[in-house]
Design a protein around this ligand. Structure first.
Ligand code: CU
Length: 479
């Protein structure tokens, strides 16, 4: 406990030294927050991700009541994969809490009677033993209340700290609490809440059914899922966050861990300002910002051109293979001076024309009916093809052709099998649009290739062909 306190003091003094060296205008940090008087009371607005409560603006410090309920509930990690999440407020990450420096927070933590386990909360914004954990341990069917004064402005993680701590965090027990400085943060047009987490399941990534937590994988840091906002696809397709050209956007980015640090990046966007680690220091013109496990960052940028911007953990296999991928959809007028769109495109392939192939994976679930084939195929799609061809098979204009109502697909099943097995490059025309790009060969067994193609043919207005492993095998041997 003392240890924790001394770390806080150390951090504070480093911050002060930093401020004096740079001669920055951060005189706010030298205000003795402990002496800020509160006037009046209010009930904190709590929001589920990706939304955040209204800014504090220039309100005075208040007694702020936070009422949070812990719920253990089944949710969906990805299509067909269920997981028992432990949540603060019914969402992963937990409810966003927004305060200002000097607030006296009266925190009530309720453990729902249907829950199976005791829990507590450690808020990194708290100066005090265990960050509140010591005072907030609560059994199912009970509630506890404790209070603290917010002394340091910044964006802080909170999490459950009940043993085994790693397990409680791994099951989704984390969220963010923002402490705004006096006068509030600078106004922006849009604010969102994005928090990364890594998950460990008994089954491998995509294995269907209710998947229990795997302690050994968690200890080994061998994550099956790395996701934003608790599940694969929480921020993609219809769940994407949005903005309009010309607007300023602020993302409150957190990382619950339990294990992995995040190299947070948005494809096609540069962060104009980053509050590094959620503190006062601001870095400008940043491509990728590191968000530690149990840490946060505030990133701000103006969106200048329309399009879909992809949020990733730039440890990139996590993005395309484990789920750490979100979308920011920006609508508005194009600006060809800032971004031309595609002007000239050719294939650049320094390894020569041949597309690399990857060997067959050893085993895969076997489908015994058309319905099952479609079901399994859907999961393969959401792990393997989704990143490029998109959730509804709509593709991305100019880059990835659509699989939905694709005339090219429906015309020739053997050609489609061949593309999945061996990849494809060169110009093709799909639904009247030309594509001249490259798809790499996919690592799929005959069974998996059959299942995923059958799913595609039986979705989104395609011609309902069933592709069997025998057809895939035949296509292979004809090569
Ligand atoms: Cu817990």
């Amino acid at each position: 406990m003392n240890h924790r306190l001394s770390i806080k003091i150390l951090t504070l003094s480093v911050a002060l030294i930093f401020a004096s060296c740079t001669g920055s205008d951060n005189s706010k940090t030298s205000v003795d927050a402990a002496s800020i008087k509160v006037s009046g009371e209010m009930v904190a607005e709590l929001t589920a991700p990706p939304f955040v409560p209204a800014p504090v603006g220039n309100r005075s410090a208040k007694k702020l009541t936070v009422d949070m309920e812990i719920l253990e509930q089944v949710g969906e990690m990805t299509d067909g994969v269920k997981y028992v999440y432990w949540t603060f407020g019914g969402s992963v990450p937990g409810s966003f809490i927004r305060t200002r420096v000097g607030d006296e927070v009266e925190f009530t933590l309720k453990n729902h009677p249907d829950n199976k386990l005791p829990h507590n909360i450690d808020l990194h914004a708290v100066t005090g033993a265990g960050g509140g954990a010591a005072s907030s341990f609560v059994a199912p069917g009970h509630e506890v209340t404790f209070s603290f004064k917010t002394l340091n402005p910044g964006l802080y993680v909170y999490h459950c700290a009940t043993a085994p701590v790693g397990m409680h965090i791994a099951n989704g027990m984390y969220g963010l609490i923002l402490v705004e400085p006096e006068g509030g943060l600078p106004a922006v047009d849009r604010e969102y809440y994005v928090m990364q987490g890594d998950f460990y399941t008994k089954g491998e990534n995509g294995q269907p059914g209710l998947q229990p937590f795997d302690m050994q994988k968690a200890v080994d840091e061998d994550a099956d899922y790395v996701v934003f906002n608790g599940k694969v696809g929480a921020l993609t397709g219809d769940n994407a966050i949005t903005a309009k050209v010309g607007e300023t956007v602020r993302l409150f980015v957190g990382n619950g861990g339990p294990n992995l640090v995040s190299s947070f990046h948005i494809i096609g966007e540069i962060f104009d300002r980053v509050n590094i680690e959620g503190g006062d220091a601001i870095n400008e013109n940043v491509q990728t910002t590191l968000v530690p496990a149990g840490g946060a960052a505030m990133v701000e940028f103006k969106v200048d051109v329309p399009g879909t911007f992809i949020l990733v953990d730039h440890s990139i296999f996590r993005a395309f293979n484990k789920g750490a991928l979100g979308m920011l959809k920006v609508e508005g007028e194009e600006n060809k001076t800032l971004y031309s769109g595609k002007q000239i495109e050719g294939i650049y392939n320094p390894e020569g024309g041949s597309i690399q192939e990857t060997p067959d994976a050893p085993e895969a679930p076997v489908a015994s009916s058309l319905a099952e084939r479609i079901d399994i195929g859907k999961q393969i799609y959401s792990q393997t093809c989704f990143a490029c061809h998109q959730g509804e098979g709509q593709g991305i204009a100019g880059a990835f052709p659509p699989l939905a109502k694709s005339d090219y697909l429906n015309e020739d099943v053997n050609r489609a099998i061949d593309i999945v097995l061996h990849g494809k490059s060169g110009e093709i025309t799909v639904n009247g649009e030309k594509y001249n790009s490259m798809m790499t060969a996919q690592t799929l067994t005959n069974e998996e290739a059959a299942n995923v193609l059958t799913f595609i043919y039986n979705s989104w207005g395609n011609n309902k062909t069933e592709v069997t492993p025998a057809m895939v095998a035949a296509a292979k041997s004809s090569h």
